[in-house]
Design a protein around this ligand. Sequence first.
Ligand code: LM2
Ligand code: CA
Length: 491
Amino acid sequence: FGSYYCQPGRDVIVHLFEWKWTDIERECQWLADHNYCGVQVSPPNEHRIVTDPPYPWWQRYQPVSYTMNSRSGSETQFRNMVTTCNNLGVYIYVDGVLNHMTGGGSGTGSDGNSFDGDSLQYPGVPYGPNDFHGSDDCSTSDGEIHDYNNPTEVRNCRLSGLRDLDGSANYVRDVEAEFANRLIGWGVAGFRLDACKHMWPGDLEAILGRLNQLNTQWFPAGRNAYIYQEVIDLGGEAVKATEYTYLGRVTEFKHGQNLGNVVRKNNGQRLANLVNFGEGWGQLSGFDALVFIDNHDNQRGHGAGGFGTILTFFEANMYKIATAFELAWDYGHVRLMSSYNWPRNIVNGVDTNDWVGPPTNGGGDTKDVECFNGEWICEHRWREMYNMVRFHNVAIGNPVSNWWDNGFQAIAFGRGNRGFIFINNEDFAITQTLQTGLPGGEYCDVISCDNNRPPCGNSGGACRATVIVNGDGTATFDVPNGENPMIAIHV
Ligand code: LM2
Ligand code: CA
């Protein structure tokens, strides 16, 4: 389940976090035009509606049933989105929450079904007490996970009070697979599986073994769904990411942590050290890894957070440097984050507004997306990002070549005869002649210009470099420091 299907020349997926289905359906044309492979969407099934705090984003990680009315929209809107996007060759990956249901307390979910987390009743599924882990298989006194050195506790006890499903039960496996198969039947291409550290690999295997193959209206016959499992493994815990790689890909949290530390120059780290980035840094095999600079959790201090490490749109210049490196380098399957803004307020290392949900008019309804209006950040629409997605696509299949560094914070490398990038994270400008490996000709810097061929247009007038590659493949780079201190060219 670790191989994914894209239209030729596309590879990158973008998480349109908390977007509504109608907005994603509209965005798919733009994503197709800019060569994105697919979209990760927020959990589409019925979730708890939390009012204290008011309508946090994390209410969607408390499932109430597997019916399809969520904060992002209705089942009809979801299906229309999948159809429209698939017809454009942009595929949909669903965030699947299979480890648990809600926390304690009772109420009515986003699709009108009742739930009672105290008595473990979820009639909309239906699930009852027998479908959950309990004191027979979780031995902590309060039923919570405390000891991350105890794998049984991590899998069978509750994560933050969330009612923990018993994935060893055939009924639970059948219900979850039926949910996934309903989505696959509508044309969904795969799943980001939430909280897999807290599920036994064997239980996941049993669920995945029940999955249908992808809908042949859009996919070649015999294709499995693409599965990437969320396992936070920064080392030092009992559960390892490598326990899950036989099933599909695994989120590689070390990737964003490492790149955050390097670009920030934490602990004397240097860009030059990236020469063997990836497996050489103790990360998973690139063929097993789903990689990202930040995700919806760690951009707000949840999950494997760390405000001094993880880069986000709040530090746009460093974020663009890290993302450009990630997209130019040859490692892992890249997922970009597309965020909404919120009033981040870090007090003693904690964001007091870490719960704030997507833009609304005050209630639990999400506003329509309007990129760059101060509410929706749309990182995937930043020129530096989508032009580096293009670089990435053009470079597929070509190993890193012609590495150069200055020993410190300046590096450059190519991808065969397809592309070349120079990143200058020093605090001075650099002029340097290098072998690029590219055919001779004039190229535009895609970091600052709209096009990769002269005339290097740019509506905002930011386009600053035409690079002349000589017949022997050499070129002289004048690379500024400060804002966008990079030059990237490709055929
Ligand atoms: C994940 N990956 O393993 C998600 O990426 C992450 O966003 C989810 O947590 C988590 N696992 C469970 O699906 C988020 C959020 C938590 C939040 C939960 C459930 O990071 O803070 O927990 O969703 O909504 C919240 C409260 C917590 C409370 C719990 C249960 O923050 O204090 O615990 O609900 O009521 C008593
Ligand atoms: Ca569990």
